[in-house]
Every structure is written in C-alpha cells, then in structure tokens.
Write a protein of this length. Structure first.
Length: 211
C-alpha cells in the first residue's frame, strides 16, 4: 500500500518547495495538484474556449495527462487566474480528484500538495501537513520572485490578489481550503524552508516507523 503525504495550504506559503524536498528525500512521486487545474485552464485558453463552460472543462480534465506537467509554462499569471475560476466547478473537481487519487496509489509513496488533499483527495493520508503564512508575507514572496526574474511588479496589487484568492478558495462551496482535523500546522511566516523541512521530516519518519 502506498504511503501518502498530503500537504495543503494557501498560495506562496512554501508548500510546493517543501513538497518537492520531501519527495526527493524519500524517493516518492510528487504531484502539485494545482498544476492539474492550471493545465486544464491552459487547454481551454489554447483552444479559445469559454472559462464558464463546465461540461467542456470537465471533459478536458478527464483526459489530462498528469505526467510531465510543465511548471514553468503553467505558472503564467493568466493561467493561474483562469485556473482559479474553473477550480470552483464541481464536475472539473470530480474529474481531477479521481485522477489525483489514482496518482496517490503509486508505490513506494507519494507527496501531493494542493488545497484539499488532506480533506478531500486523500483523507486517509499517512501524514497531513497544513503549510501557511500571513497574507502579507506570501505577497512579499511573490513580489520578490517576480523582481528576481527581472520583471516589474506592484506589491499592493499582489497583496490584494492574494487576499482575493484566499477568500475565493476558503469560501467556495466545493472543497474549501481548510486544514484537515488531523493535519499538523506549519506556519512559515518566520520559518525558513530548512526548518519547515526538518519539522516535516520528523513527523514523516515517525509515521513511517509505525506503518
């Protein structure tokens, strides 16, 4: 039986970086489930299809290949905005959740990160982490990432976008963003990624011993 690690949290909290470090350390398969929504949104945008057509979006989601999702391509701002819109659609979520659960069954183990892994996708995951940070800290990280790429950015606009995205994710009817009841909380507002990784590793090692 596969050993699954579920990592949830809002955007720019550090869950993606932490998930990849964990997957690399344990030799587990990794899936950023947010990319599955972005890939579906990108397919709609490329085909010039409307973002409010749930049936069409769901059909594309059902045929999505979860292997080789290109983070560099899918991280575009326009794709992220489109993905956030289709992520509230029940049929799209159902199709992608089914695909994510199939992915989670791979041996020897998997690390899935997103917003509803511990609560919906993998409620029986061996370890559940909820990685968060203040909205201001997360906006600052986004702002500095953009500047580091040599691009220009408006911090106030990014901060506002983060708050709007949080409200949309936390208040949606389908699978709202929230920590699972048995999730371990990691607040990275003032925590380095190395410290977060050490904390996560101790929890995972303990769970592996009792498996």
């Amino acid at each position: 039986m596969s050993f699954t690690i579920a990592i949830d949290g809002p955007a720019a909290a550090g869950k993606g970086t932490l998930s990849r470090l964990i997957a690399d350390h344990y030799g587990f398969h990794h899936l950023d489930t947010g990319l599955t929504y972005r890939a579906t949104a990108r397919a709609l945008l490329e085909k010039g299809l409307p973002l409010d057509d749930e049936a069409t979006a769901a059909a594309l989601a059902e045929n999505l290949d979860l292997n080789g999702l290109d983070r560099s391509v899918l991280s575009a701002h326009a794709i992220g905005e489109a993905a956030s819109k289709i992520a509230v659609m029940g049929k799209v979520r159902s199709a992608l959740v089914a695909a994510q659960r199939r992915f989670a069954g791979q041996e020897p183990g998997t690390v899935l990160d997103g917003r509803d892994i511990g609560t919906v996708v993998c409620p029986d995951a061996a370890v559940k982490l909820y990685v968060t940070a203040s909205a201001e800290v997360r906006a600052r990280r986004r702002y500095e990432e953009i500047l580091a790429r040599g691009e220009t950015a408006d911090f106030d606009r990014i901060f506002e976008d983060v708050k709007i995205r949080d409200a949309r994710d936390m208040n949606r009817a389908e699978s709202p963003l929230k920590p699972a009841d048995d999730a371990h909380l990691l607040d990275t507002s003032e925590m380095s990624i190395e410290a977060a990784f050490d904390a996560a590793r101790s929890l995972i090692d303990q769970a592996l011993k009792t498996k």
